[in-house]
Design a protein around this ligand. Structure first.
Ligand code: XMP
Length: 515
């Protein structure tokens, strides 16, 4: 643990990671810790290891008598600056003896008025627009606190303890709709004197020294690539240190997009690697065939990957290490979001059985980094942009884009229709502007006319979304002519499709992938 780290106490993972990423963009190192781990004492010693503390927003409510108030009473003796955001703001108020109660709530862009100057609000005008999302509010300031700003509806928008840098903000400075949010976070880091040492060079140095310390001088290193950013960057990084000891494989589960395996091989060749392709298409297909429950499919896919890795290890006893492209949110998410509902099983982490970890040492060079940081690292390692700017593609591949019973026929519909979506967006110059663009098929049928005859066919749903990090997403209003060419190509090139629909629901309430 380093003195220059900012501790972020996580009360709701979405918010905490966004805060963490924004703070990192200000070149400060962060660590996200769930409040449960924190209370259980895994991360005590505040004021010695950390240079500042941020308490995130979250979905809970805090009232007089809540055990959290006692559990977090240590905040009063923390020596470093503290910033509470949304729920964190209310928690600070409650801990210091103020009052939090239910009000009318404020949602979306809201005007706030500054009533007192403070370093935290340096660079702010007397009125600013912020993003609010709260039902509860601080109805009575604790003793010793002053309000620095109020919302247009009269709620305390910013408060501080008079004689100590303990702050609370009711809005979300981490979301881009809060126009001067980054400025506020930057001011907070300056107040705390946080060292801005989290640079690209530092990240590379850290990752390389981690890999060096994990890898002994002997034994082969196995890495499985998928064409995704994480596994590619992990492979390139480890090769710099492991050299010829690295064995690169690509497991073809048959759930890739059309032509994807060949494209990945070509990209890898460009990076000086020639992955060995393991054709496991039938094996995955047999397992998945007919399985309706998507979570069960995800589990089966994870299990089959592990079996294949085990077989590789059995055949090659010299393999001692296994590289995974796990990123920071995967690590934090897998153990540290108590109370958060499991929406989907992302099987990148924890999917490996215990015996596997006993047989080989698992190396996760990217486990301290966010996706955008991995992309930057990839850039500094010379990985070409077209590879780094590829759309995210889920580990279980097209299996999560078939809704209802899984059949090879539906898989082919999704594969071919997705290719058409990508091609048409590419022609319109829109493909690289969107986060993801793909087709989905379920069990619904639509009566069509093909060659004057009644034909019952599949309904294909097109999903094109924009997003910053996949945690929230907006549907993209494609030009009608692009939608039309997608629809007419799909229905003419796929004889078993009679209807094409467009998904116009953001995340939330929908997720990006259908299941
Ligand atoms: P959802 O569907 O949860 O997806 O809104 C958010 C982002 O995550 C991707 N995704 C996955 N990535 N393994 C992955 O590596 C998975 O199992 C998985 N499921 C969804 C999805 O494509 C989107 O970008």
């Amino acid at each position: 643990m380093q003195r220059d780290e900012v501790l972020i106490i996580n009360f709701g993972s979405q918010y905490a990671h966004l805060i963490s990423r924004k703070v990192r963009s200000l070149r400060a190192r962060t660590r996200v810790v769930s409040y449960k781990d924190f209370i259980e004492g895994t991360c005590r010693g505040l004021g010695r290891e950390w240079s500042a503390v941020i308490i995130s927003g979250g979905p809970s409510s805090i009232r007089v008598g809540d055990p959290l108030i006692t559990e977090f009473s240590f905040l009063k003796s923390v020596e470093v600056p503290v910033l509470g955001i949304c729920f964190g703001h209310q928690l600070i108020a409650a801990v210091y003896g103020g009052e939090v109660s239910k009000g009318k709530g404020e949602y979306g862009p809201t005007k706030v008025r500054k009533v007192r100057d403070d370093r935290l609000l340096e660079g702010w005008g007397s009125e600013e627009i912020v993003w609010m999302s709260h039902g509860d509010h601080v109805s009575r300031l604790p003793e010793g606190f002053v309000a620095l700003a109020y919302s247009e509806n009269g709620s305390v928008a910013v408060m501080r303890l008079k004689d100590k840098p303990v702050y609370g903000v009711q809005f979300h400075p981490e979301v881009r709709h809060t126009e001067k949010g980054i400025k506020l976070l930057d001011n907070f880091l300056s107040i705390a004197g946080v060292r801005r040492s989290w640079t690209d060079a530092r990240k590379l140095e850290l990752v390389e020294s981690y890999v060096r310390s994990e890898l002994g001088s002997e034994g082969k290193v196995l890495v499985a690539v998928s064409g995704g950013i994480d596994s590619t960057v992990a492979a390139v990084l480890v090769r710099r240190i492991a050299g010829d000891r690295l064995r690169v494989v690509l497991i073809d589960h048959g759930l890739f997009r059309e032509g994807e395996v060949a494209e990945v091989l070509a990209s890898m060749k460009g990076l000086g690697m020639e992955p060995e392709v393991i054709n496991a298409r039938d094996r995955f297909l047999i397992k998945l065939w007919g399985v309706r429950d998507c979570e069960e499919r995800r589990r089966l896919i994870g299990e089959t990957f592990a079996e294949i890795f085990a077989e590789i290890l059995e055949r090659d006893p010299e393999i001692r290490y296994f590289v995974q492209g796990t990123t920071y949110p995967d690590v934090v998410e897998s153990g540290a979001s108590p109370g958060a509902d499991r929406i989907k099983t992302h099987h990148n982490v924890g999917g490996l059985p215990e015996w596997f970890r006993l047989r080989v040492k698992v190396i996760e060079p990217l486990k301290e980094l966010y996706k955008d940081e991995v992309r930057e690292l990839g850039r500094s390692l010379g990985i070409p942009d077209d590879l780094l700017s590829r759309h995210p593609f889920p580990g279980p591949g097209l299996a999560v884009r078939v809704v209802g019973g899984f059949t090879p026929e539906k898989l082919e519909v999704v594969r071919k229709a997705s290719r058409i979506v990508e091609e048409e967006l590419g022609k319109a110059g829109l493909l690289s502007d969107v986060w993801q663009a793909f087709a989905v098929v379920g069990d619904d049928a639509w009566v069509g006319v093909k060659g004057d005859r009644r034909a019952l066919g599949h309904v294909v749903i097109i999903r094109v979304v924009s997003s910053e990090d996949g945690m929230t997403a907006d549907w993209v209003a494609l030009p009608p002519e692009v939608l039309q060419s997608i629809a007419s190509r799909i229905t003419s090139e796929l004889s078993n499709v009679t209807m094409v629909a467009y998904a116009v629901t953001p995340k939330p309430p929908s997720t990006i992938e259908p299941c």
